[in-house]
Design a binder for this molecule. Sequence first.
Ligand code: BGC
Length: 335
Amino acid sequence: MLSAVCLGGCGKETEPEIISIKIGVTLYDQYDTFLSGLMDHFNEYASEKESETGITIHVEAYNAASSQSAQNEQVEDMIQEGCNVICVNLVDRTDPATIIDLAERNNIPIIFFNRELVEEDLERWDQLYYVGAKAFESGIMQGELAVDAFREREGMDRNGDGILQYVVLEGEAGHQDAIVRTEYSVSTITQAGIPVEKLGNAIANWNRAQAQTKMSQMITQFGDAVELVLANNDDMALGAIDALKAAEVKRNEWPVVIGIDGTNVGMEAVRNGEMAGTVYNDKEGQAEEMLELAFDLSTGADLTSLQLENGKYIRLPYTKITAAEASEGMEDMDK
Ligand code: BGC
């Protein structure tokens, strides 16, 4: 393994100059809105890094299409194709064993991202890393947005009983973000002293169309009793809005809808007032940290500039977004 990048002759004749690196990426589902935005930025940032360093960066991206066994084979292929490092967005976050074994056997570092494996798995080899977000923050911030809406929007408590009737649209069962967001958004509201009543919840797998179907059922079941929709991500918040529109619920009778992610479509819905707010999941920050880590691992640079937690984790913070921030932040965030 090369121990240093040696550009323009650094005096050590024995160390070859690195002129290109190859980074493999496999996504659990390339059509996931948040992840496709993250990957777009990853590719853009890789080109910037190429111009800055003069080192060619080949990015090979694969779609695992929700199959863990397909993803395991992709990792094997990427190792054979000579990838220096592989970024893995696990299909099943509880099943990384095959990938970890392959990586260790071939001495290829792995950066897991967005779908977090348990710590014991990450500890299985010293060349395993994780890049993601501070999961708890997203739930807490979503709860805070709901609290602000309740205090500021007259008429949100439509039946005037002082209790916030809500429904939750959840991401995949077992996904760390779905679990944490569902729990902390609600506990933040109750800790602020607002009594709540859960009318219903439904799993919609981060997906807009599935969320529309589930929300349509809840509109039929609960009518106008729903005062708040907490969606684990923006795509599902938008699916809820699709359902309200399809059911021809009058705009001033919509429940307050809050998402998470700040995807381009989510930010637009916050700007136009259809969503009361969202929580920005920093896809640019995550993509850039992942590229920097992959670059340093591939070129043998030391990792000190990356401020890894426990030598293995990089976690980016979230930001609360209401209409004001969604409009202001357009230039720098919503790219
Ligand atoms: C995002 C979701 C996305 C999921 C995929 C979450 O962090 O908020 O939008 O679908 O990751 O794993």
